[in-house]
Design a protein around this ligand. Sequence first.
Ligand SMILES: Nc1ncnc2c1ncn2[C@@H]1O[C@H](COP(=O)(O)OP(=O)(O)OP(=O)(O)O)[C@@H](O)[C@H]1O
Ligand SMILES: [Mg+2]
Length: 276
Amino acid sequence: MNSPALAPHRGGALDSFVRLRGVSKRFQVAGDTRAILADLDLDIRREAFIAILGESGCGKSTLLRLLCGLDSAYDGQILVDGVAPKIGNDEAGIVFQDPRLFPWLTVEQNIALGLARFGLERAEVRQRVREHIALVGLAGFERALPHQLSGGMAQRVALARAIVARPAFLLLDEPFSALDALTRSQMHDQLLRIRAAADLTMLLVTHDVEEAVYLADRVVVMAPRPGPLRASVEIDLDYPRNRADTAFQRERERLHALLGHGAHSTHSTLSVHSHS
Ligand SMILES: Nc1ncnc2c1ncn2[C@@H]1O[C@H](COP(=O)(O)OP(=O)(O)OP(=O)(O)O)[C@@H](O)[C@H]1O
Ligand SMILES: [Mg+2]
């Protein structure tokens, strides 16, 4: 992880890296207009690690698509590093909810696609790809085709493809959902190492509360119905975090309550902060 960053950075340290104001998103379904996101405000500071929790269908993946410019049909304002997101923006890397690998390309060819637009020497591409294959624990599978991989291995290829160009903004949509507990916790630590090695702003969608508390410095909880965020919770614990700590468990409980899991779910106790 010592190679220099490829993506250009625009500077401007103090303002929000990501800024959403009054963002609304509707879909047309069979002649009906359905609101998915409504009047969403969010600020993410540079180099923050934000986790997003929320019920299935509340619009998390939709939000990620807006943030990386895959969908530009929304109302309101979205700025990422000062500009509206657009496809092909060198700054953003994304891991989708499904791996989306090209079935006819090998693992290394799929990962090399993440570098295609930079016009690097072949030797450099090979070197970076090898480095990232090792990083996601897939050494030995360089020449494998996607159908020869497990679901979790395919997810790790997608992660390597997203980070191989060292983006400044990394969007992760449940990237670890198909991994066993041990591999998942190894990937968590790997992700924190990647974060420490680069000035990276990260947004992770997850259904795993423990994962959110282990990784993120702020956890955003989306409401099931379109509207403002339900809560934004700072996780004020030093890294590396210990899942067995009382403070860790307290944060986990707090988030479970905010999500409405278990007996102590009361929406009236929710607090919303919008700093960082
Ligand atoms: N292209 C589309 N056309 C119409 N409706 C869509 C489209 N994409 C998403 N939706 C709807 O938007 C809502 C939010 O979808 P989204 O995929 O963002 O949810 P999510 O929060 O990521 O859920 P999950 O946790 O299950 O991944 C859903 O009701 C979905 O049916
Ligand atoms: Mg989703």
